[in-house]
Design a protein around this ligand. Structure first.
Ligand code: PMP
Length: 438
């Protein structure tokens, strides 16, 4: 494979690509814990692709499942029809999910899952005669994808502002960063649940009966791996219950073993009314996402809509047979290799190695949980974000390590098949590059 001089011919210059003037980065192969780039270098994957390849790359079982499904039933219409892999997957997901989240709506991505969840929430309230509930609450720095719904919920203003037109009726809790202001915290930061009381105050600014749902990422991923303070999610749950507001966990990143259980909801002991997932569901091998909903939401749809309300929502690729077959094979691997448990077993070593980076130049915080982690660097006064990007660039261009930088925060989420020697490599290389960047 040749490296082209430029990808401009087909690359739209969104996001960081715009700033990137060098020869295009090209990955040409992947296997297990490694990518291979166009120059033949094996690059250790410190981010499971984009938080999705939790079982490592190019798993034969998933490849075979996709090929076999493609040869058997490549596609079946998503409306008024099903397919065996979609039904089987729905059953498997209901068994894995927090108790009570027994029903699933399939999408092809996290963004579609979030938009779908918003529409399901609105329809649920209308079906129950509470159509005045149309407002949403999310958090500053949240990332909920790039659909019009998820974009409006997203609390990163830069992801919205270039487009102008927005869905209205969204308020943001402003305390996300306070959850993590806890330099060198090990495990969960020790902050009280009173932060969640901000939700009470925000609700009080409106008529609470106009609020449809609160969306949160149990661990805010794109904001830089921000952990929930103990008691925080529990308190959000209580407040939502008091006011008849639905609680939605966006588990697109935290789902499928990243935090040591199938979902963060289980690890933190709080069950939402709806849960969105994607990424790890199909190990990144084919696009798949979805929304899990509880009995009460399901029941309002099953009662049948009153005549005045017609229900319509769905995608051509909802429950796509290839995606569902890939997800079934993925779940088999997760179970047989006990990969969710592995995120807990290795969690202590992960924490120890990551926190050994404390004291390196410009490192101002280190966070970890399960097999997710973040190393936060002090921003350069004149160029915030440049230090994080430089570390990412050095790791990659040395042909060593793929990390993710979100501003000056280096985010890590290795495939759950990572071993201790590879953890040493990830943290060792990262440390080296942080030193070189100082
Ligand atoms: N929600 C969360 C929490 C995410 O992290 C992401 C993607 N990083 C999304 C939604 C959007 O998913 P997708 O890119 O598959 O549309």
């Amino acid at each position: 494979t040749q490296r082209p001089d430029s990808l401009d011919a087909y690359w739209m210059p969104f996001t960081a690509n715009r700033q990137y003037k060098g020869a295009p980065r090209m990955l040409v192969r992947a296997e297990g814990m490694h990518y291979e780039d166009v120059d033949g270098r094996a690059i250790l994957d410190g981010t499971a692709g984009l938080w999705c390849c939790n079982a490592g790359h190019a798993r034969r079982r998933i490849v075979d499942a996709i090929a076999e499904q493609a040869a058997t039933l490549d596609y079946s219409p998503a409306f008024q029809m099903g397919s065996p892999p979609a039904f089987a997957l729905a059953q498997r997901l209901a068994a894995l999910a927090p108790a009570g989240l027994n029903h699933v709506f399939f999408t092809s991505s996290g963004s579609e899952a979030v938009d779908s969840a918003m529409k399901i929430v609105l329809a649920h309230h209308r079906l129950r005669g509470e159509g005045q509930r149309t407002r949403f609450i999310s958090r500053e720095k949240a990332y909920h994808g790039v659909g019009f719904g998820g974009m409006a919920l997203g609390g990163l203003p830069n992801n919205r502002r270039q487009f102008g037109l927005q869905l209205g009726g969204v308020d943001y809790l402003r305390h996300t960063l306070d959850l993590s202001r806890n330099a060198f915290s090990k495990g969960l930061p020790r902050q009280g649940a009173e932060l969640a009381d901000d939700l009470e105050r925000l609700i009080a600014l409106h008529d609470p009966s106009t609020i449809a749902a609160v969306f949160v990422e149990p661990i805010a991923g794109s904001a830089g791996v921000i952990l929930p303070a103990p008691g925080y999610l529990q308190r959000l749950r209580e407040i939502c219950d008091q006011h008849g507001i639905l609680l939605v966990f966006d588990e697109v990143i935290t789902g499928f073993g990243r935090v040591g259980m199938a979902f963060a909801a289980q690890r933190f002991g709080v069950t939402p009314d709806l849960l969105t997932f994607a990424k790890g569901a199909s190990n990144g091998a084919v696009p798949l996402g979805g929304v899990l909903v509880g009995d009460s939401v399901h029941a309002s749809f099953m009662q049948g809509p009153p005549q005045a309300i017609e229900l319509f929502h769905g995608y051509t690729y909802s429950g796509h047979p290839l995606a569902c077959a890939a997800a079934l094979a993925t779940l088999d691997i997760y179970a047989e290799e006990r990969l969710f448990e592995r995120a807990i077993e290795l969690g202590e070593y992960w924490q120890e190695r990551l926190h050994a980076l404390q004291g390196l130049p410009n490192v101002i915080d280190i966070r970890n949980f399960g097999l997710v982690g973040a190393v936060e660097l002090a921003p350069r006064k004149d160029a915030p974000g440049s230090r994080g990007y430089e570390v990412f660039r050095r790791c990659f261009h040395d042909g060593r390590l793929l990390v993710r930088c979100t501003g000056d925060i280096i985010a890590l989420s290795p495939p759950l098949i990572v071993d201790k020697a590879q953890i040493d490599q990830i943290t060792g290389t990262l440390g080296e590059m942080i030193r070189a960047t100082a």
